[in-house]
Design a protein around this ligand. Structure first.
Ligand code: ISL
Length: 556
């Protein structure tokens, strides 16, 4: 196995808007992150992935960039950024920046120019088309509701925006656009950043502009938007021109990246990216109507996704292991039990993350078991995806109470409420009024109350990070499921020449008797980590798992 620092790294994702506010304006900021660097370091992680901090009018919380060479005023200044980067490096950590180049803001000077006239030198930086039969050029839907084309009176044409209308898609067919992207990447790499997480990189190459034949939006993503004909070529060019000149890590994000297309991004022969975020397990509870049409997670399918991706990437690529981020629900509410078994299930999910093959990503707040939130009114929400979908439901006369219920389950703001630092007012996040309300459970769930408590979720995450470093087999070793059709237990083993481990995760609130075949003599298993060490009397051929019990045992 070809060893690399980024394969062994544990990444901690910071959503700066919600992390720590230093000046009382209610918005998290860079000095806030600086203030908490020792906390991040104390987790034992190696890399911080910082969500976008570039100048932005914040239509989509920084994923709409107005100036790639400047810092968002809400977050601070370039001097703050430089200090942050230095602080990260001083502590022996690395910084992964978010690179958002499928689109920029409509307030970016490129777009301001582009919309002026058809012969403007920036016209082809974006995707403009004449309308068809008095309407938009085709039937494409935006990820954030409505048609993906916006009419612009000045030139009587439409521009493409796969996300909000304030996020026009850049035209990657234009070599000048690609040069601009390379240039801005170099600017940040020369400053010393250690890599990029590439936002929706799967959709940069547009296929053609024919109507989508699918009613199911997920199918449109997979077959119409994602993995276009030139995506690999564009990334190879980026690798040649920029990435290969630095020792950096890259992870491409992508709706629509699947078990047929993934390797073109990450195989060693592709010479494109190091890793990808696929969404096999993340879109599982999205019905045909997308996120606000939730359906239950099929546990057997959930397990299968991990196995299939491990198999797919093991020879030629490298995986990234994550269960949540700023776009999805809180992991304990989604995959665990945020009620009676909150603590046990949060630890179980942590054990799952840290015992899979691939680079591990932890989203801020998951290390203390933060949960989903359920606000009573639409006004309390901020996310543009939620707001746009609400307007659409309203215009269509659909049931708005149901909509709010769906938001409680699946809305992105679940993961964006401020980080709960302590039980003081506003959870210690801000001395002002937070931009998004604090989850009311902050008095019970917060960092301060878990510090110093050996039994806490926080302590468990710290142990997991350390454990992973002590047992490299968990990073590089082989993976195979055990009894994959078991309806409640996720069981697998990991091994190489050095060692072998067994992982047993009871995803249910019932005690499970789990039979073990001859490969695993239960009387000889040595427990390395567990959320509950009380494992019952060893019995030959089987183990008894308590509700939500999670065990990592050494086999040899
Ligand atoms: O959450 C989704 C929609 O329901 C996903 O499809 C998500 O939009 C997609 O994974 C892309 O996410 C990334 O790009 C978006 C931005 O809003 C997200 O925050 C970002 O992670 C547009 O830049």
């Amino acid at each position: 196995m070809n060893k690399k620092w980024w394969k062994e790294a544990v990444v901690y994702q910071v959503y700066p808007r919600s992390f720590k506010d230093s000046n009382g304006d209610g918005v998290g900021d860079l000095p806030g992150v600086i203030e908490k660097l020792d906390y991040i370091k104390s987790l034992g992680v190696d890399v911080i992935w910082l969500c976008p901090v570039y100048d932005s009018p914040n239509d989509d919380n920084g994923y709409d960039i107005r100036d790639y060479y400047d810092i968002m005023a809400d977050f601070g200044t370039m001097a703050d950024f430089d200090q942050l980067l230095e602080g990260i490096h001083q502590r022996g950590m690395k910084l992964l920046m978010d690179l958002v180049v499928n689109h920029c803001s409509d307030e970016h000077k490129w777009f301001q120019e582009s919309r002026k006239s058809k012969d403007n030198p920036y016209r082809d930086y974006f995707i403009w088309k004449p309308g068809k039969n008095g309407g938009p050029p085709n039937n494409w839907q935006s990820f954030f509701s409505g048609n993906a084309w916006e009419y612009d009176e000045a030139t009587d044409e439409y521009y493409l925006h796969l996300f909000t209308k304030k996020q026009p898609d850049l035209n990657w067919e234009n070599p000048k656009v690609r040069e601009e992207v390379h240039k801005l990447m170099k600017y940040w790499l020369d400053k010393g950043v250690d890599g990029f997480r590439m936002d929706v990189i799967s959709v940069i190459s547009k296929r053609n502009f024919e109507d989508s034949p699918y009613k199911d939006f997920n199918k449109t993503i997979d077959n119409v938007y994602a993995n276009g004909p030139r995506v690999q070529e564009f990334l190879q060019e980026m690798n040649r021109e920029v990435l290969s000149k630095y020792d950096v890590m890259t992870v491409g994000e992508g709706p629509g990246i699947n078990l047929e297309s993934g390797l073109q991004y990450v195989s060693s022969s592709a010479e494109a990216l190091n890793m990808i975020f696929h969404f096999g397990h993340m879109f599982m509870d999205h019905g045909p109507g997308g996120r606000f049409d939730p359906k239950p997670i099929d546990f057997l399918e959930f397990k299968k996704v991990f196995r299939l991706w491990d198999e797919y990437l093991k020879e030629e690529g490298w995986g990234s292991v994550f269960l949540g981020n700023h776009d999805f629900q809180r992991i304990v509410s989604r995959f665990g039990d945020d009620g009676a078994y909150w603590k046990e299930s949060a630890k179980l999910l942590s054990l799952l993350l840290f015992s899979m093959r691939g680079t591990v990503y932890v989203y801020q707040g998951d290390e203390i078991g933060m949960t989903n939130v359920a606000f009573d009114t639409i006004e309390e929400y901020d996310d543009v995806e939620i707001k746009n979908a609400y307007k659409e439901w309203k215009a269509e006369g659909k049931d708005l109470d149901q909509f709010l219920k769906n938001v409680h389950i699946n809305g992105r703001d679940n993961a964006r409420t401020p980080l709960q630092w302590n039980d003081a007012e506003q959870a210690g996040f801000t001395s002002g009024t937070p931009w998004l309300k604090v989850n009311p459970n902050y008095t019970a769930i917060n960092v301060a109350s878990q510090e110093g408590d050996e039994n806490s979720i926080l302590a468990f995450y710290r142990r997991m990070v350390a454990m992973r470093k002590e047992h490299p087999t968990l990073v590089y070793g082989d993976f195979a499921p055990i009894q994959e059709d078991h309806p409640s237990v996720f069981a697998f083993w990991r091994w190489d020449e050095e060692a072998a481990y067994l992982v047993l995760l009871n995803f249910s609130e019932e005690t499970q008797e789990f039979g073990l075949d001859d490969r695993f003599d239960s009387s000889k298993l040595r427990i390395v980590e567990a959320n509950d060490f009380d494992f019952g009397e060893p019995q030959s051929g089987k183990v008894k798992l308590k509700p939500w019990q999670a065990v990592l045992a050494r086999v040899r």
